[in-house]
Write a protein that binds this ligand. Sequence first.
Ligand code: MV4
Length: 454
Amino acid sequence: MFRSVLIANRGEIALRVIRACKEMGVRTVAVYSEADSTSPHLDDADDRVCIGGSRSAESYLNTEAIIQAAMQKECQALHPGYGFLAENARFSALCAQSKITFIGPPAHAIRLMGDKARARETMRKLGLDPIPGSDGILNGPDHAREAALSIGYPVLLKASAGGGGKGMRVVEDEGALESAFNEAYMEAEKAFGNPALYMEKYISRGRHIEFQILADVYGNAIHLGERECSIQRSHQKLVEESPSPVIDEETRRSLGEKVSKAVAAIGYVNAGTVEFLRDEAGNLYFMEMNTRLQVEHPVTEMVTGFDIVKEQLRIAANCELSRTQDEIKISGNAIEVRINAEDPEQGFKPDPGKIEVFEPPAFDSVRVDTHIKSGYTIPPFYDSLICKLIGHGRDRRQAIATVKAALEAFRIEGVKTTIPIHIEILSTKEFEDGSYNTRFIPELLATKGRDSDG
Ligand code: MV4
């Protein structure tokens, strides 16, 4: 096992990884920007290095400064967390060149799955049907018109170098196609430095189902069940749960097996998530693969009892997977809510500032992943996530009741948070009976004349 690991991230995920390392007897080196010099997670690390200015480009995206810090502190490995450089194939290769083990997939797998059009074709050949759509990228508006005619409107234009919703355009009819193509093309170029677009049938009222996978360097691959992440606003997940109310045991077993075989076939290593979109007829279509640890990984940990971050470290140190597929059991239900410093009454506007009071609930079946302490001031430079609250129950009804009670007991003063909207979501009939879909948030917000969710 590694003697010393650098955590190339900040906030709650940095603390989460530090804790896993400490439980494994691994020394930890935290990095921080000038704005994060008082971040409470630094106190839990064995050592720390300032890697640059407050803007992400100067610090958490500064590959040279991060590699330099790892070498200066003689770290054998580096955990990227999520976001920032977690899915940056060039960074993963740079770590390898610097003889620093990147705790994540090999660069070729990040590159392959990062090209969303190529990922569709690859997974189709491995038995995972993608959402009906174009064969590869679109080489212009005329090609897009032909593809749309065979797919059938409404269609969705997506950026091949994108993901997470950026550069997406729904096109209802041919008249709107050319301008949508040109807008999406320019937006993709601006956001990702790559304008390539592909097209899919637009699945309205779909449900987002994702499988957690783990693969080791010996070709072993397992899945840890699925998570449902359909409750999103502007492509930001708000609530995630496992198991999904619409996946039965046979579907979980058969699709999970296909997913495990597919990721092993592409030579995938470490943790990853394979995303599906389920249409109203119940068809599960491959949408994209995320080659990183996800924000919502604790939901899976709570129902499987499996520490995914510790397993990532073991895999990166060339250990075999510590469990076989038969040893993975899903027990009970877990629900995660992402608590952001945002004002739901003002279009979820970020509300950074000093947190005067921060008192999480102390419930046995509730986990709170956060780096926040009372008196800490949230800087305005990064995302607004302040903590994740994950509740477990022996069944879904109990998990909902647990999370609601925990949210009501949570004391946060000094900034606005999304706690009220989470309580509202968990109190709706759609959530209670598990009948929600990707339109849930836009429709909920429209009922009260709040911001329409794009
Ligand atoms: C879709 C879709 C409908 N049809 N693709 C959202 C971000 C990225 N993961 C892809 N997303 C979507 N892709 C097709 N062909 C609807 C969405 C989508 C969505 C998906 C899951 C959960 C919430 C969502 C919110 C808005 C859009």
